[in-house]
Write a protein that binds this ligand. Structure first.
Ligand code: HEM
Length: 494
């Protein structure tokens, strides 16, 4: 009882007077909890999108003692992420995240400082190899993708949930990026990456229990069950780094991110003068890329397979396009992408429809910043509601329909980058903190989807062939939206 009273008193003290009075928002539901009782944690993105229709592109909420500004709408988001991306380019000071990342890495460091810049540059440079037109890594994407096709081939005639196969495929490409070597299915490195991915989900889960640890960090000393996964994650983080270091030492011929990071740690050769990298920086970068590169692409590709199963007409159009581009039946490569607008449009539509990272990664203002005429003071937590722009009926007309054609013009070409639809599509965020792995993600989705459709017809389970909707089918799991489990048939084309 005393503990509850003390906690309430501390929370009461922490609830600062809001300096966001001029920003609209729903009435506070509860003095201590703020808006928490009003938030549907099963569908936060839709909840926040409904409020943006009522309160406009910039509105405020309070979650316990933290004030949050929610930004939606293309113009407001462009202003926030691109035009004022530096002032709005901090990340929130969340205790549990800082504890695990030691405020290093690319994703979570609180201020985009010289160290962040150097780490982002190293990651980007290494990841670029995986993007458009780079043959060594395209080979890898192709070869792990072909393993996936082989596994689906083995399910012929039997209903199959492709989740674990998709996860393993994505994980193999990330572990290659980190270690420079191909993992087998039972590889300890792959298992450690998988464990870490699960544990990071828990870290990013904005459940009230986690918010309480952020508010009262000392609660961790009580060693409650709810804190243990955070400690486990730190152990896994160090274990993965140790394995990667060992591989880099034993196999110096492997080009890998771990090898590159180790060379930067020992050589002082970073692009931030006088600010050399520590081992923890290298360790956390591996943690960042494992998580950011795995859950996002896995959830997108897993949801995409189900969408294809429910849209046989889309499968047929992709297949016809592959036949036109590759009449000899050879399998699609990235080189074919410019001549495959329908397949590219399907990927864009999937990224819009699924909106795998519905609220982006939270930002924090590091200076006063004006968005859509509203002054957002320094040190304010900001959510970018990407789901809301991707599902705005005023922009899309029928956002609830999965319709790749919307990204094509009358001649069947992809609409240009300044088209209203392309401007309203921000699955990777935009500006200063735009996703580092965008081109890798796009390359993987394109090759894997095109080859999947060249090889199989995908069909839903009997009695489950009605159109699925984004409202019923996707649930938040940490920062990402996940498709509910499903089963499909993969039938090889003859
Ligand atoms: C479909 C796949 C993906 C989606 C939808 C996605 C989406 C996003 C989004 C919305 C952000 C936040 C941008 C912001 O703060 O405004 C982000 C950040 C980030 N993503 Fe991705 N991502 C994907 C794949 C990847 C991959 C494959 C990697 C790396 C292997 C990656 C690495 C990162 C990193 C490191 C950041 C943090 C950037 C920073 O804070 O400077 N992502 N991503």
């Amino acid at each position: 009882m005393a503990f509850v009273v003390i906690s309430m008193v501390i929370l009461f003290i922490k609830i600062k007077k809001s300096n966001l009075k001029h920003i609209p928002g729903p009435d506070v539901a509860n003095f201590l909890l703020g808006h928490i009782p009003l938030v549907d944690f099963e569908a936060t993105h839709r909840n926040l999108a409904d409020w943006s229709r009522k309160y406009g592109p910039v509105y405020k909420l309070r979650l316990l003692h933290k004030h949050v500004v929610v930004v939606s709408g293309q113009e407001a988001l462009h202003e926030l992420l691109v035009k004022k991306g530096v002032q709005a380019g901090g990340r929130p000071d969340i205790f549990r995240v800082k504890y695990v990342t030691e405020n290093s890495g690319v994703i979570a460091n609180v201020i985009p400082d010289a160290k962040w810049k150097a780490l982002r540059k190293i990651s980007q440079r290494h990841l670029k190899q995986f993007g458009d037109g780079i043959s060594r890594l395209e080979q890898l994407i192709v070869s792990v993708g072909d393993d996936m096709l082989e596994q689906f081939r083995g399910t012929e005639g039997v209903l199959c949930d492709p989740k674990q196969t998709v996860l393993a495929t994505v994980m193999k490409s990330i572990s290659f990026l980190l270690s420079g070597q191909r993992a087998t299915d039972d590889d300890p490195l792959l298992n450690t990456c998988k464990r870490m991915e699960d544990q990071v989900r828990y870290l990013t889960f904005n459940h009230p229990v986690m918010l309480i640890y952020d508010c009262f960090p000392w609660l961790r000393f009580l060693r409650l069950k709810s804190w243990q996964p955070i400690e486990d994650l730190v152990v896994t983080r160090d274990k993965l780094w140790k394995m990667l270091k060992q591989i880099a030492t034993d196999r110096p011929e492997n080009e890998s991110l771990a090898k590159l990071m180790l060379s930067k740690v020992s050589s002082d050769d970073v692009d931030s003068p006088g600010d050399s990298l520590r081992e923890i920086d290298a360790n956390v970068i591996c943690l960042n890329l494992t998580f950011a590169g795995t859950s996002t692409t896995t959830c997108t590709f897993y949801a995409l397979i189900n969408l294809l199963a429910h849209n046989p007409n889309v499968q047929e159009k992709i297949y016809q396009e592959t036949c036109r581009v590759l009449p000899d039946g050879s399998l699609v490569t990235l080189q074919n992408k410019p001549t495959m607008p329908y397949t590219s449009a399907t990927i864009l539509e999937a990224l819009r429809y699924i909106s795998t990272v519905p609220l982006g990664v939270p930002h924090r203002s590091i200076a006063d910043v004006e968005i859509s005429g509203f002054l957002i003071p320094n040190d304010t937590l900001i959510f970018s509601n990407l789901w809301a722009i991707h599902h705005d009926p005023i922009v899309w007309g029928d956002p609830e329909r999965f319709r790749p054609e919307r990204f094509l013009d009358d001649d069947g070409h992809l609409v240009p980058a300044d088209h209203i639809y392309r401007k309203n599509l921000m699955p990777f965020g935009a500006g200063t903190r735009v996703c580092v792995g965008e081109s890798l993600a796009m390359a993987r989705l394109f090759i894997w989807m095109a080859r999947l459709i060249q090889t199989f017809v995908i069909a839903p389970a009997e009695g489950n062939d009605r159109i699925i909707t984004f409202c019923e089918n996707y649930i938040p799991n940490g920062a990402v939206l996940e498709s509910k489990p499903y089963h499909v048939y993969f039938s090889e084309r003859t």
